[in-house]
Ligand binder design. Structure first.
Ligand code: GLA
Length: 387
């Protein structure tokens, strides 16, 4: 991959000067979904698949971007002066947003760069290809301009850019998981204060299998923002009767005792998911520490049920994948992962059962949905680096 991206860079932009190659991972969330904007816990890990870049600093203000995933778009040019989100700039609004956000936070970026990207995360699959580009770009800027910024702040800058430059109101989970990724570990992150702990993912003979619905997502972002605002309204209603800053502060019991303050049954379901999912995540990490993978799997299944019935972000494609996955031999647990409305599910499967699992779930999915799913057996990897 390193050579692939370097070769393309040299072909497009010439071989002279100081060209470096970089990598940032994608992520999968094991449990703790739609909790990161509710002050709750998440439990994601970085993957060994991700985004590669080759980049060289320029002497003028010009930016030249190229993606090997969107070759038809060719080289897209901008300037580091007066960066604005422009529809015609397409995917480059993600790296542009990060440069803009860095400047906003006071980092001096007065000259541009030439940069080529190549990602082996399937686009739009919900494995955070956009957060991967954001963190990668932040990391390239840090290295190229010698910026005094740590990986947590690169994550925060990535999220800030996505919220304020690209208009997606995402939480911090994706950027944090990518920027702070650690091989063989998942990250138990409390999004209320960004305190975190690494938890070894020692699955023994079991594998993490990701199941991609291949559903084209459309309405996802607007529904995502709708769920956020439903939770915000429910929180404001609860705050009239309990002293809390976020839904993540409530136990299941405290929620049940106070839920009547929420005036709409749909909002009760949304808030219930946020509260119970947070508690499930805390229990799941404990189960993993106790080496109780069976309990971890059960909590994954309960998470999917709650995302389907109370949060209503799954849909027939994700539900079919999870339902079929749970029928198979050797499966420990399965659930949708990421924002939902399509994208991917994640499962834990006995190594020697993986081939049959993929064949059987793939067949049942295609019969019911009418097109094929994709499957990836993934490994837990590190955060961003210079290659
Ligand atoms: C997307 C967002 C994250 C998080 C998840 C749902 O991936 O980018 O911040 O909210 O959805 O858990």
């Amino acid at each position: 991959m390193k050579n692939k991206v370097l070769d393309k860079f040299k072909e497009l932009f010439g071989a002279e000067g100081d060209i470096k190659a970089y990598f940032a991972p994608g992520r999968v969330n094991l449990i703790g979904e739609h909790t990161d904007y509710n002050g709750g816990h998440v439990f994601p890990c970085a993957l060994t698949i991700g985004t590669y870049a080759a980049a060289r600093k320029r002497d003028d203000d010009k930016l030249r971007f190229y993606s090997m995933n969107f070759e038809n778009l060719g080289v897209i040019e901008s300037s580091v002066i007066d960066l604005k989100n422009k529809k015609e700039d397409d995917w480059t609004n993600y790296p542009k947003g990060v440069i803009w956000a860095m400047q906003k936070k006071g980092f001096k970026i007065e000259t541009g760069m030439d940069i080529v990207y190549f990602g082996n995360i399937p686009n739009g699959s919900g494995l955070s290809s956009s957060a991967s580009i954001e963190v990668l770009t932040g990391y390239v800027l840090k290295e190229m301009f010698g910026l005094d910024v740590d990986n947590i702040n690169i994550a925060l800058i990535g999220q800030y850019s996505e919220n304020n430059f690209n208009g997606v109101n995402c939480g911090i989970m994706d950027q944090f998981a990518i920027a702070m990724g650690k091989e063989k570990n998942a990250i138990f992150l409390d999004t209320a204060d960004l305190s975190y702990e690494y938890a070894p993912i020692d699955l023994g003979s079991k594998k993490i299998v990701i199941l991609n619905t291949n559903k084209k997502r459309g309405l996802g972002d607007s529904k995502y923002n709708e769920r956020r605002s439903e939770c915000e309204t429910a929180l404001a209603e609860l705050q009239k009767v309990v002293d809390i800053k976020s839904l993540g502060e409530l136990t299941e019991e405290a929620f049940e005792a106070n839920k009547d303050a929420i005036k709409d049954p749909v909002r009760v379901k949304r808030a219930k998911h946020a509260v119970y999912e947070n508690q499930r995540t805390i229990k799941a990490v404990k189960a993993l520490k106790d080496n109780d993978l069976a309990l971890f799997g059960k909590l994954m299944i309960a998470s999917h049920d709650s995302l389907r019935d109370d949060y209503e972000v799954t849909g027939i494609e994700l539900d079919t994948l999870v339902e079929e996955a749970l029928k198979q031999d050797g499966v420990i647990g399965a659930r949708m992962t990421g924002a939902g409305f399509g994208g991917c599910a994640v499962s834990i499967v006995e190594g020697d059962a993986v081939d049959a699992f993929i064949a059987n779930v793939g067949k049942a999915y295609e019969e019911k949905i009418g097109y094929a799913a994709d499957f990836y057996v993934v490994e837990v990897g590190n955060g961003p680096c210079v290659l």
